[in-house]
Design a binder for this molecule. Structure first.
Ligand SMILES: O=C(O)CCC(=O)C(=O)O
Length: 207
């Protein structure tokens, strides 16, 4: 049986100036999400990378993994990630998302936030190998967490959206030119959350 048998959900357009944000709540249901988390916990080679920020080494406050087609190298925050080979599970998820939004991806960045102490700092997914206007499909599993957005040229212009278990958020058009996003720590007790961001790498832009 597929993890994605019941895809009756309707997209919600999140109003944003400059760029496009669409969310499919309930893209997968709670049972399928729990099965997927369990598979990913076991199958994925999770790492805690070290980032260099202002000359100092920091462990990323979450676990990460990079999977994709051969050659789809991704560089961010001083890291150069070589893709691991697609697992069957990741391929199935990729196919379902591609069918849903009629767009093709060749890689996925996985994030595992083990509890409310794990987080992601402010950034835009604007590396040159993602192309001019990246389309990024972000699947959330487990604990609901807020994703915060702020304009690059005016940090006071900000908003947040709750990413619920099983939701699929699509970021596209000029969003990454104008907005940064972050997933801050939470002081409330939080369960684990996994996030899969499917991306398209253009390796020729990586030179
Ligand atoms: O966990 C999330 O929803 C955010 C992930 C993210 O910002 C990224 O992978 O670039």
């Amino acid at each position: 049986m597929s993890l994605f048998d019941d895809q009756t959900n309707i997209p919600q357009v999140i109003p944003v100036k400059d760029g496009k944000l669409i969310c499919f709540n309930g893209f997968i249901d709670e049972t399928a999400s729990a099965i997927l988390i369990d598979k990913l916990r076991k199958e994925i080679i999770w790492k805690q990378e070290t980032l260099k920020i202002f000359g100092r080494q920091h462990l990323t406050p979450r676990l990460t993994a990079w999977y994709g087609d051969a050659g789809m190298t991704y560089s961010y925050s001083g890291l150069k990630l070589q893709p691991a080979e697609w697992t069957h599970t990741l391929q199935e998820v990729k196919q379902q998302i591609e069918q849903k939004i009629q767009y093709t991806f060749n890689s996925v960045l996985l994030n595992w936030y083990r509890n409310g102490n794990d987080s992601m700092g402010w950034h835009a997914d604007d590396e040159k190998e993602l192309g001019k206007n990246p389309v990024i499909a972000s699947l959330s599993l487990g604990q609901s967490r807020f994703l915060h957005f702020r304009r690059k040229d005016n940090h006071k212009d900000s908003f947040k959206i709750l990413l619920e278990n099983g939701s699929l958020l699509i970021m596209s058009e000029t969003l990454q030119h104008h907005w940064q996003h972050a997933l801050p720590k939470s002081t409330k007790p939080m369960g684990e959350r996994m996030n899969l961001t499917f991306r398209t790498i253009f390796p020729e832009k990586n030179t």
